[in-house]
Design a protein. Structure first.
Length: 434
């Protein structure tokens, strides 16, 4: 057992090393190993190998490379281009025009990719050329792409939800179910921003797009079949009890391959590129997760969660007050840390406290994912800001930051609603799982 001051010092040291740019996995493993060696000694240090192996031998985590591979197949198979064009035919006549297509396409791609950064890169590549010479304010265009892409980790399937479920032993199926309503609500709030801006300052929203003939729009709907079909496969097999999240991911990959083959876009070189990209992303994620499991093991042995729970009980903080403090904590942390590092690095300390306060772990998972979304577009480290700017390849990232501000306000509003009205996230899991 160690005191809270010693634990806070170790946590601050870990965050400091991350801020300085050290590899997240190395920092978390080193802090865990150092803490174990200084306080308990060789038995815990020698147990590192066993803990690392047991952390990596996790069936739930197998879904991560499968969903990464799924997104790669859809991107390289051209499904995203057809999806964007199909949505443009239906959404561009709305006030705000093609800007709604950015949000809608992000929400749909989120339903198959599980990654916000991948969504930002994919939708940005497809969308930004479509806005040239159409009179749209570049800040609003860039902001809608960067903010819309954050839906990639809230609308299921979500890599962040899989990792959270594996680390906290929370049902991934329930997490998927809990993310649907907040994801749709946030999509609606983003579209509300676009409508409001187009009414308030019409010059920023470009010229009103003419509606295509019904025959053209109906034919374009074929482009929505791949993402909607795969989403139905993933969620349907889970809710029907036919497959676990990992098994549903495997089925979705097979379906995506069949769809790509039917479009005559499947090739050996394409599969090679998909597999290489999947291995690179999965290796990075797995290293971080395994190191976090060991750190969590050491933190539990040292009794830090129990000490933190006693401290909260002594000061008389309730669940709402604690969550508001955590909201501010994660908001600040998200300004300086990459989202996966922020989530995995804090779960070992924060999650036991959440359980002590009687907060639903499924709800907290959604709260944490929303905070990760905020971090993705919060300067100076917000990944989506730089991904979109990288796709754009001109101008300043300041325009991207300015464009995300109204959408950032909507995400803060959603977080406050979640804290005070938890049924926004928990209503659907109660219906589907009982």
């Amino acid at each position: 057992m160690i005191g809270l001051w010693e634990a806070a010092l170790g946590f601050a040291f870990m965050l400091g090393m991350m801020f300085l740019g050290f590899h997240v996995a190395v920092v978390m493993f080193a802090v865990g190993l150092l803490g174990a060696a200084l306080t308990i000694g060789s038995p815990i240090v020698l147990a590192a190998g066993t803990q690392l192996w047991s952390a990596s031998d996790n069936f739930v985590l197998l879904a991560v490379p499968l969903f990464v591979l799924l997104g790669e197949i859809l991107v390289r198979g051209g499904s995203t281009d057809r999806m964007y064009r199909a949505l443009a035919h239906w959404l561009s006549p709305l006030p705000g025009g093609l800007l709604h297509t950015n949000i809608g396409a992000s929400a749909l791609f989120a339903a198959v990719s599980g990654s916000s950064v991948a969504t930002a890169a994919t939708i940005g590549t497809v969308a930004l050329p479509a806005f040239r010479n159409r009179g749209y304010d570049p800040r609003l265009v860039l902001g809608s792409v960067a903010a819309g892409a954050t839906l990639g980790i809230l609308i299921p399937p979500s890599i962040n939800m899989i990792i959270y479920g594996a680390m906290t032993n929370t049902s991934v199926g329930r997490l998927y179910s809990a993310g649907i309503v907040p994801g749709l609500l946030l999509t609606a709030l983003f579209m509300l921003v676009i409508v409001t801006v187009s009414w308030w300052r019409p010059s920023m929203a470009g010229a009103r797009e003419p509606m295509a003939p019904l025959r053209v729009r109906l034919r374009a709907l074929w482009g929505l079949v791949p993402p909607l079909g795969i989403f139905a496969v993933v969620m349907g097999t889970i809710y029907a009890g036919w497959a676990t999240p990992t098994e549903s991911a495997a089925v979705a990959v097979v379906v995506a391959l069949l769809m790509t083959a039917a479009e005559r876009r499947l090739s050996i070189s394409m599969l090679h590129d998909c597999f290489v990209a999947t291995v690179q992303v999965t290796a990075m994620i797995t290293l971080i997760v395994v190191a976090a499991f060991y750190l969590s093991f050491v933190i539990g042995i040292l009794g830090i969660p129990q000490a933190l729970a006693r401290f909260v009980a002594e000061i008389g903080a309730g669940p709402i007050e604690t969550m508001l403090v955590l909201f501010v904590f994660y908001l600040i942390l998200g300004c300086f840390l990459e989202t996966l590092s922020m989530m995995i690095g804090t779960i070992p300390v924060v999650f036991p406290l959440v359980l002590t306060l009687g907060i639903d772990p499924v709800w907290f998972g959604i709260f944490l994912v929303v905070m990760c979304e905020l971090a993705l577009i919060t300067p100076p480290v917000g990944m989506n800001l730089y991904v979109v700017q990288g796709v754009r390849r001109e101008g300043s990232v300041v325009q991207v930051i300015q464009g995300t501000m109204p959408f950032l306000a909507m995400m803060v509003l959603l977080t406050v609603v979640l804290i005070y009205w938890q049924d926004v996230a928990l209503w659907l899991p109660r219906i589907t799982f009982g």
